[in-house]
Design a protein around this ligand. Sequence first.
Ligand SMILES: Nc1ncnc2c1ncn2[C@@H]1O[C@H](COP(=O)(O)OP(=O)(O)O)[C@@H](O)[C@H]1O
Ligand SMILES: [Mg+2]
Length: 487
Amino acid sequence: MNTLKIVIIEDEEAHFQLMERAIHKEFPYASIDYFKEGALCLQRLEEISPDIIITDYLMPGMNGIEFMEALNRKDKDIPVIMITGQGDENIAIRAMKLGARDYLVKIANFFTLLPGVIYKVISEQKLKEELRRSEKRYRILFDNFIDAINIFSEDRRLLDVNKKLIQLSGYSKKELLSMKVEDLYSVNVRPAIEEKIQNMLRGKEVPVFENCLFTKGGDKIPVETGFGTLKNCYGQEIVFQGSIINIIERKRAQEQVSILSQQLMKAQEDERQRLSRDLHDLVAQDLSALKIGLDTFFDDQHVVYPDQRQKVVELSEIVRWTIMNIRNMAYSLRPPNLDQLGFAKTVLNCCEEFYSSTKIKVDFSVAGMHGLEFDSDTEIILYRLIQEGLNNVKKHADATHATIRLLGSFPDLIIRIEDNGKGFDVESRLASAVNEKRLGLRSMEERVTLLGGKMKIQSRPMRGTKIFIEVPYRGNNIGWQEKNLNC
Ligand SMILES: Nc1ncnc2c1ncn2[C@@H]1O[C@H](COP(=O)(O)OP(=O)(O)O)[C@@H](O)[C@H]1O
Ligand SMILES: [Mg+2]
């Protein structure tokens, strides 16, 4: 532990000795430097570097107040205790205004009180230094934090910003401190920002949200923003803290993944179409020719043994089955009539076939779709959504009834796929789906995302399943995913 270094300035030596005794009783290891005049003390201040100065007011030459003024000019934060005579309260007030930490009046119990006052002043000083150190640590952290941070007041004025925000926004610190928090965002996200601040004021938790930062140069940078509340140093007024994370790299990566999966799905669909066409046009045609060949095998033969005829009839039947299976396979790979019939009619066909193969009734309805046209890439994506939805009803739901609704509701197309089956725990099934290599629902979500839409699954055990899909309609091309954030 460091020795407590005390300086006493007192012109009456006897008085000093009493003070010294009282102090040593409480602080036996304290070192005490004694001066009869303030000016002498000031000369040796650097060398002694005291923890505390106790000065008498009334002294020849420089009085206590003049000493404090001179000390303040030296810009040293050394706590001072002023000793005044009885009835000198005005002096005490002046001393406190000059920064004295406490004062003591020379009365009967003066020597008993002195150690306690020293103890209090030293403790306060330690606290102050600790606070200063912690403020410095906070400052370093604030300034050098990897995310951009701003502090703003209730009237939305920016009170403080860190280096990262200066760098990200392109504004200087001075410029930022003359701005309001909403000036950092583009005009169309400001209402959303304001709503979050209002929620925060109502004491609600505001989760981080994606938006765009509007830079001085006019660029929009995708960011993730979080808000929190802070009390100011007096614990009264509430100030807010906003943290801003640049997510441009994440967005780029997401865009890349999205472009890749878009290309992958397109390639998959093209491949399916090719396979479907080959199966239908080549394999099924050749098998049809083979069947005709078998059916007419004995036409120009006069003598045919019954068992030979029977054998060929059986072979022809096998070929007929094979042709039928191949046509079904070709159909499920890519419904050939999507281009000719259009989306709604093809879905109707799909529902009818679903009923004939599963005996699960499908209630199909279309509304508001008149005049809505989709390009073929979009149509096949929408069709696959319904196909996977119905597939799941067949495979998992134990349902007796399903519903498919297509609703053109400007500016969106809404698709609902429902069943009255046994339902499932959506969250846990989705969480385990990837490990179990079950990708149906995930690929539905992926397809919906590609169209810039949203998908919601509602399901409860024994209460059936409802899938809501909402995709924006943009002209005849329903559109692939919007690459930009809405800002
Ligand atoms: N309509 C449904 N009714 C009941 N369970 C369903 C339904 N749709 C999906 N599920 C459940 O969700 C799981 C994941 O579905 P999915 O991703 O399509 O994979 P898969 O069909 O290959 O199992 C299924 O295994 C099933 O448990
Ligand atoms: Mg599935």
